[in-house]
Write a protein that binds this ligand. Structure first.
Ligand SMILES: [Zn+2]
Length: 283
């Protein structure tokens, strides 16, 4: 079959038009670019005929490559932002937790979190995650979300969820199997604030199944909790013992001892309000 090449040749000429500085090579008679001095035409055999077809000179092809690279990079950024929105949920404050916004209050935990990002390929291959344990407001969620954002930037798929959210989905109109399957899909799953959800046997089952799903898929997760994991390991409630036994297998336990920032913020606000009230009260 003979393809009509004329439109293709015309399009190539339009994309790389002849410029005033261009010149014809004396030997070959081919058109050369006046800027980069490489050919804009080439002799080819087409269906037995010799003919001259336009080609991109070096500067035109460099410009084309640069535009393509910029287009690919813009597409990559768009994909990352779509994934970030899906990761944290639209408008979530957690999306703004990044290593750049760290206040330096807990360098040890942050160093470790950065190390996890650095070595993520190794940890991912072993299905090994982190278990951030510590009191309320110490920065466990912050550290976990910094890791999530850094891995999103690197092009990984990440999801940050709470058990309450998963429970709501399971009770809603979602296909239950699909809810768990989705949790297994991400390169990293962050399960935030284990222990904050309502304590019911329904919830215990969800917690165990979610963790077990990741374990079966051999994919890593990061879990944050203000529960004291070790007390459950050594006995205690059966449901929690089961959960923490699995978590200690799958995660490196990290005790976060950061300052209680929530409390500090509240204290500062209270002090400011007190000062205002006392000032306004006069003598
Ligand atoms: Zn050129």
């Amino acid at each position: 079959m003979k393809i009509d090449l004329e439109p293709i040749i015309e399009a190539a000429k339009t994309a790389n038009p002849q410029m005033p500085d261009d010149y014809r090579d004396e030997g070959t008679g081919l058109l050369f670019c006046g800027k980069c001095h490489t050919p804009k035409e080439k002799n080819v055999k087409l269906y037995g005929d010799e003919r001259i077809v336009p080609v991109m000179c070096r500067c035109a092809s460099e410009k084309y490559e640069a535009e393509e690279a910029a287009r690919r990079e813009a597409e990559r950024q768009r994909r990352i932002e779509r994934r970030r929105e899906n990761c944290f949920g639209y408008g979530s404050r957690k999306a703004s937790f990044t290593f750049d916004t760290d206040d330096g209050g807990d360098p040890q935990t942050m160093k470790l979190a950065k190390g996890y990002v650095e070595r993520f390929e190794d940890f991912k291959a072993r299905g090994k995650g982190l278990l951030f344990l510590g009191g309320t407001g110490t920065g466990k969620t912050f550290a976990a979300c910094c890791i999530a954002n850094a891995l999103l930037d690197k092009g990984y798929s990440v999801r940050v969820a709470t058990f309450a959210e998963i429970a709501a989905k399971l009770q809603g109109n979602w296909d239950k199997e699909e809810v768990y399957k989705e949790l297994a899909r991400y390169d990293l799953l962050v399960l935030d604030d284990l222990g904050a959800e309502r304590q019911t046997s329904f919830m215990d089952e969800i917690i165990f199944t979610a963790i077990d799903t990741r374990s079966a898929a051999k994919r890593p997760m990061i879990v944050t909790s203000n529960l004291d994991g070790t007390t459950f390991i050594n006995g205690g409630e059966l449901a929690k013992n089961r959960v923490f036994s699995r978590l200690y297998e799958m995660c490196v336990p990290v005790t976060v001892n950061g300052r209680d920032r929530r409390r500090e913020r509240m204290m500062a606000e209270t002090a400011a309000d007190m000062a205002m009230l006392l000032n306004a009260g006069g003598n």
